[in-house]
Design a protein around this ligand. Sequence first.
Ligand code: TXA
Ligand code: MG
Length: 347
Amino acid sequence: MSIVNDNLSRALAILHASGVVGMPTETVYGLAADARSTEAVAKIFALKGRPSTNPLIVHVASVEIGERYAMFDDRTRKLFERFAPGALTIVLPKRDGSASPHPNPLPGGEGTGNAISSLVSAGLNTVGIRIPNHPVALELLRAFDGPLAAPSANKSNHVSPTTAQHVRDEFGPELLVLDGGPCRVGIESTVLDCSREVPVILRPGDVTRAQIESVIGTVKTFEGHVDSSSAAMSPGQQRVHYAPRAKAFRMDTVPASLDLLNRHSRVGVITLGAIDVAHSHCQVESIGTSPDEAASRFYAALREIDVMSPDAIFIEMPPDRPEWAALRDRILRATQSVETMGPPRTT
Ligand code: TXA
Ligand code: MG
């Protein structure tokens, strides 16, 4: 059965008019616009409040379409053969022409031709390409027959959305959101920079380092973080990202942290299920003991707790093992260490 419906045709009309729509993917919801239209891409940056130094991912329906905009190498073809459609974004050199303004711009300015707008990749000479594994996203991309720039559909530095309602909560009723149900993966795609000799994982995600290495051999993992004022190699690498509004702390050692909970009158706790929290003003979200389950529920749990406006949120840190790398990365970015917490209140 086709998912074509009124909303899909409305979404197409909006995209063709350089507008923005909410699009489900298997990772998180995206804020999608025609990647060739500078006017459309500028709307994404404005809606998100995102600095123009942070590049956007370009979503396409197939490898063939991706090759129109970026220079694929053998590693990229092998990786997409194995993991596309899926939660893998590959950063590649832009194709000649896509870095420069369209020679014959139509009314509406640069980027109304067939090249990716230079705004998409923040002036870099590379572009991130992803083929999402979601029937609604793929149907939209095929019907649109072009590249869609789509960052996660949240305000800059806020928690990524994993349901259509989350997107409406962020941007209000004016934005059309295609509802594709809750996201199966729940955290953003793995970003692999293949524009260099030894590829670098810029952001860990559902496709693991081991899976990538099983296809193309050794890759590196980017360590550390970058300054938000410069063109980031990966925006996800800024020190604070994916943050809830309440102060959030990660619990590295559970017994000590449980003691810390009692310093606050209203707290939220996200646990993998292993902590038995006894605290009278405490909202507990158990997100599951397997990496897949916990990742798929993490952002929704964070939002559910955040709307209760707690004094603090405590998040149980998963074990330091490869299968937990992606979720640990997101928790690290959303939290401070409990060690940074001030002394107990003395009321
Ligand atoms: O799962 C996802 O990737 C989601 C869904 C909607 O596809 N999108 C997403 O986009 O997370 P965003 O804008 O929130 O994150 C953008 C990521 C950055 O972390 C960065 O790694 C990567 O896109 N990126 C895009 N273009 C890049 C480039 N030219 N160089 C380096 N990184 C780039
Ligand atoms: Mg994001």
